[in-house]
Design a protein around this ligand. Sequence first.
Ligand code: FES
Length: 127
Amino acid sequence: MPDHSAEPQFLCLASDLAETGDAVVFEVIVFGVARPVQAFAVRYQGRVVAYLNQCAHVPTEMDWQPGKFWDMDRRFFICSIHGALYDPPNGLCVSGPCRGAHLQKIAVQEIDQKVYWYPSEQFQPVF
Ligand code: FES
């Protein structure tokens, strides 16, 4: 559940996220990291999910082109570096060198046709 004590951050319009379509990318400040880090949001089975764009194997961006995270079947996210597959609802790596590890999830919510993400102790907005 989102931390509703945090100010929700506008991410995009709900219509910007088609089912298993391209991701909307955005940046967050990660606790302990000096520069902004990329994150991404997609729609899967009707729901929006968002994660830090950092593979659990090596902390590098995963998309094979900007905003392109899906495998050929549009069932899993695929890391373009070594091919790890991640399950969209929970970010679990189901295949590849980091099997069993998770992507870092960012809380999101759709409200009135808009998508917001929720800052936390770990993730803060870029100002
Ligand atoms: S960096 Fe993603 S699978 Fe190795």
